[in-house]
Design a protein around this ligand. Structure first.
Ligand code: RRO
Length: 264
């Protein structure tokens, strides 16, 4: 098995879960802990616990793909602060994802999570597409600069950014420049492709309930964009900034493609 070194930690293999729909509860995190995944990543957290959007809010579609509008259901950061020490029984690195509703929330959560000694790294999610009225921060470069500047002052752990997919070379260059001027240690490419629409023709309706059926697309469908984003950020970022590839990885071949594109 290929080993890797990531965020200053030795990984037994280069695989672990994305912060996504299956890492919210203690039960789900224990399943990941008991799996062959080399690390455990927790669901993006907010200041307060959240129920998330109404169901159905996650649907598997054809070709190993999915649409979701979970709406950030999570236990609230204080609960993850309690859970993280319990997850050390699995003897693997623990990463925590943070997705505050505003800069102040991110500062509060990241400064407190920084003091959890069992936590290995923090991923700041700049790309949730599913909270009504909240744009994806990663598509707003000025807001991205502001949040990174504030968070890096207080984060005492390796710091990563979960990025949305970019589709335009100028956007890649703008974001890479912002990251190269920061102390960010890694980026995760990519979050889901925001606001797709899947329609069930038999029922003549959309397949998920929130937001009129619009949701983030994931799985095989998004792999070419995961690959392009990993490739482009690998070309543009300083060599010491590492890149996690995410999206549509089902087989060793998929993983090898991401490694060839430059994923760590
Ligand atoms: O919870 C979600 O709806 C969600 C999040 Br936070 C995210 O980052 N990406 C996504 O596809 N869904």
């Amino acid at each position: 098995m290929i080993k890797t070194r990531f965020a200053g930690i030795n990984f037994e293999n280069p695989f672990f879960n994305a912060s996504g729909p299956h890492c919210t509860t203690k039960e789900e995190l224990d399943i990941l802990g008991q799996s062959k995944a080399a690390a455990v990543m927790t669901k993006s957290c907010t200041l307060e616990p959240r129920e998330g959007n109404p169901s159905p809010r996650y649907v598997d579609i054809t070709n190993n793909s999915s649409i979701n509008s979970m709406g950030l259901p999570n236990l609230g950061y204080k609960e993850y602060m309690k859970l993280i020490p319990e997850l050390t029984v699995h003897n693997k690195p623990i990463f925590s994802s943070v997705s505050g509703m505003k800069i102040e929330d991110n500062i509060q959560m990241i400064s407190e999570l920084s003091d959890v000694k069992e936590l290995d790294a923090i991923e700041l999610n700049l790309s949730c597409p599913n909270v009504v009225g909240k744009p994806q921060v990663g598509y707003d470069f000025q807001q991205s600069v502001e949040v990174i500047q504030e968070v890096q002052k207080i984060c005492k752990k390796p710091l990563g950014l979960k990025l949305p997919p970019y589709f335009d070379f100028v956007h890649f260059e703008t974001m890479a420049k912002i990251i190269n001027q920061s102390r960010v240690n890694f980026v995760t490419c990519i979050n889901s492709l925001g606001n797709g629409l899947v329609i069930d023709i038999a029922k003549e309706q959309v397949v998920i309930k929130p937001k009129g059926g619009f949701g983030g697309m994931g799985g095989k469908l998004v792999k070419p964009f995961g690959l392009s984003n990993v490739r482009k950020f690998r070309e543009l970022l300083k060599p010491e900034i590492q890149v996690i590839g995410c999206g549509g990885i089902f087989s060793g071949i998929d993983a090898f493609e991401y490694i060839l594109a430059g994923a760590d």
